[in-house]
Ligand binder design. Structure first.
Ligand code: UDP
Length: 245
């Protein structure tokens, strides 16, 4: 079985959830610096249309298929990915492991209140975890305060919730300044950790309809969700051109 599967020019890891966690855990425990992108169809489509962002995604040590749309696309292209690996699930599992192993974490992003609430919730739910720093996501990148804080705190994991493409841009721009740590863009996960946004109930998740639940809850996102049909159109175009070759 191939270790990665290419969908729209992005190499997605083709491992199950536990295997992905095992790799990340090993990286953390051996102080290996790494950059992880959790890419859904919206992100894959954005990268496809924006070469600068695509170049950033290509620098990732691992891209995980965050969204059933990516898994569906891989099947359509006859190179099926084993399973969806949701960014939020990875975040929660890493927090659990962090609690077990007393890892150091840094939480970057979200509005000031959101960030504070997320930190408070994590601290009470995972008391052994060391939250070595946090900062809201509306800061001047050029000032470098956040970077300096992280350099000094040496976290094992930095969760970066600035929304795409900003979170991946920030990671790639700043990564050379850090000596260790897992850097992962976690987008809206911080809103869920803060308790401000609810994750889709089991029922929707089991039917792979998490996106539909979100659409019902946050109808203003509908325009962004058009990325999904556009993504599938691209996938079918690729499939058809493969057949005619
Ligand atoms: N965010 C931030 N700084 C920014 C832009 C966004 O901290 O400059 C935060 C925002 O407050 C939210 C999170 O990033 O908590 C995710 O934003 P969004 O839903 O736009 O991103 P996505 O889920 O699409 O990655």
């Amino acid at each position: 079985m191939k270790n990665t599967v290419n969908v729209l020019g992005i190499e997605f890891i083709n491992k199950n959830f536990n295997e992905v966690i095992e790799i990340l855990k090993n990286n953390i425990q051996s102080n290996k610096k790494s950059f992880v992108v959790t890419a859904n169809p919206e992100i894959a489509m954005f990268a496809y249309e924006h070469p600068d962002y695509n170049a950033i995604v290509q620098l990732a040590d691992m891209v995980v298929p965050d969204g059933i749309g990516i898994v569906m696309a891989s099947k359509i292209l006859n190179t099926p990915i084993q399973e969806r690996v949701a960014g939020f699930d990875l975040t929660v599992r890493l927090l659990e492991l962090g609690n077990e192993h007393k890892w150091r974490i840094y939480l970057l992003g979200g509005k000031e209140e959101t960030n504070k609430k997320a930190v408070a919730n994590i601290a009470s739910r995972y008391p052994q975890l060391q939250i070595v720093g946090s900062h809201h996501g509306y800061f001047d990148w050029k000032e470098g305060i956040v970077t300096e804080e992280i350099q000094a705190a040496k976290p094992d994991i930095v969760f970066v919730a600035l929304g795409y493409p900003r979170q991946e841009e920030w990671i790639v721009e700043n990564l050379p300044r850090f000596s260790k740590g897992l850097f992962m863009g976690v987008g809206g996960s911080i809103d869920v950790l803060a308790g401000e946004v609810k994750r889709a109930p089991q029922f929707f998740r089991r039917l792979n309809l998490e996106w539909f639940y979100r659409l019902l809850k946050q109808p203003t996102r509908w325009r962004r969700m058009l990325a999904l049909p556009q993504f599938l159109v691209q996938i079918f175009k690729i499939k058809l051109s493969d057949k005619t070759n």
